[in-house]
Design a binder for this molecule. Structure first.
Ligand code: FE2
Length: 417
């Protein structure tokens, strides 16, 4: 067994053992007088858990989080652990999600609920009724944060191990969405608990807005994914049209992504920059074939037409409001930091960093590939060019970051051979 598999199995086994121990310990506290309530809440939990919302890459969130937080406040830790562990297991079995998921999901709910319940009970005495809302607000915020953070970390580690991705990358990927989820849903849990304590049946009132929130969230993420695939298809169409730039945009996206990462940008921005790399020359759709593929010098008029491609690309993509940063990177990818670029001749401060990164990645790829009018340069020569034009055409910080990446890759290659 290799080391990676050993770490994975140890982590999976550890979380499962801890979670199942917590579950069985609390199962001993099962209150038979409340059996109908257990069944009712577990059934509601299963229904909600069966429709999770998929996050950006591998994670999922479900509205069950809002429900279980309310249950924790109304019935206490043991009750909420039993309902969530059994509910999750049932949902995973019905949804045929595999035994590993059944065990892991139930376990991570048990662990995070025990932590959240402990935090909650530490700050509040059991005798305080829920109609004294003031005294519940802070403990509630602590408990809600605890459950989300622990839940998120437990899942992020397993995703990182399963997909061999650095843990920090997994965290950065979904942390924004999780925060949004917490802020938008946690108040609903509090409202549910308040309504239920005053008049149990009134909890029905919260279900329609909860369902609406779920659908809205789901549609938003679906739309993001669809928009993304549309952009990728458009990018491929451009690459296929011009044999000399075939896969050019994919390589530019790759370089730009590495540079953005090296510069320590947030995950979402790295993704946007990479996406912009894929579609940066989309506007060439509006440039005539003979100009694109011309061997000799372009006439002034032809050059003007060529220079229109960032604006055309921007115009084509402009309905995709969800990716407004990507649109700006496309529009400004031929701007120069000395203000002599096109289409607007913006000065350095006004060119978004994403566009400055694209400019470097784009020129590097253009220099290192064969063109109709010249042979490809070597990477060393191309880097020399980037350095020579650093501070006039290119952002020096971006060029430096690119050089660091190249040096690291050289060292790795050298080290391996
Ligand atoms: Fe371009």
């Amino acid at each position: 067994m290799n080391l990676h598999k050993l770490i994975f199995n140890t982590y999976f086994g550890g979380v499962s053992l801890l979670g199942l121990s917590i579950f069985f310990f609390h199962l001993l506290k099962f209150d038979f007088n409340l059996i109908y309530l257990y069944i009712l809440w577990t059934a509601i939990f299963v229904i909600i858990e069966l429709r999770p919302v998929s996050l950006d890459v591998k994670g999922q969130v479900s509205l069950a989080f809002a429900l279980i937080l309310a249950i924790l406040m109304i019935y206490g830790t043991s009750f909420s652990i039993i309902v969530s562990a059994v509910g999750t297991a049932l949902a995973d079995i019905i949804g045929k999600r595999g035994w590993q998921k059944v065990i892991f999901n139930s376990s991570q709910y048990s662990i995070s609920l025990l932590a959240a319940g402990t935090v909650y009970e530490k700050f509040i005495s059991a005798s305080v009724q829920f109609n004294v809302i003031d005294e519940h607000i802070l403990p509630f915020i602590f408990a809600a944060t605890t459950i989300v953070v622990i839940n998120f970390l437990l899942v992020a580690i397993i995703v990182s191990l399963s997909y061999r991705m650095p843990l920090l990358d997994v965290i950065k990927m979904d942390v924004g969405m999780i925060a949004l989820f917490l802020v938008s849903l946690a108040p609903m849990s509090l409202l549910m608990a308040i309504l239920y304590t005053n008049k149990p049946w009134s909890i029905i009132l919260i279900l329609p807005p909860l369902a609406l929130a779920h659908n809205g969230f789901e549609n938003y993420l679906k739309l993001r994914k669809q928009t993304r695939s549309t952009m990728e298809l458009l990018a491929d169409a451009v690459d296929k049209r011009d044999p000399y730039t075939a896969s050019h945009s994919a390589r530019v996206a790759g370089y730009a992504q590495k540079i953005a990462k090296e510069m320590g940008l947030p995950y979402q921005q790295i993704e946007d920059i990479s996406m912009a790399g894929r579609v940066h020359d989309l506007g060439k759709i509006g440039v005539k074939d003979f100009i694109l593929q011309k061997n000799g010098r372009l006439t002034e008029e032809e050059y003007k037409e060529m220079q229109s491609h960032p604006q055309t690309g921007y115009n084509i993509l402009s309905p995709l409001k969800m990716y407004k940063d990507v649109l700006l990177f496309v529009l400004y990818h031929h701007e120069r930091i000395d203000g002599k670029g096109y289409p607007y001749g913006l000065d350095a401060k006004r060119i978004p960093l994403g566009a400055r990164i694209l400019a470097v990645a784009d020129c590097f790829d253009a220099m290192t590939t064969d063109r109709p009018y010249r042979k490809a340069m070597s990477a060393e020569e191309a880097f020399k060019e980037l350095i020579n034009n650093s501070g006039s055409q290119f952002d020096p910080g971006v060029v430096q970051a690119f050089i660091r990446i190249w040096e690291k890759e050289q060292q790795q290659q050298y080290g391996e051979s």
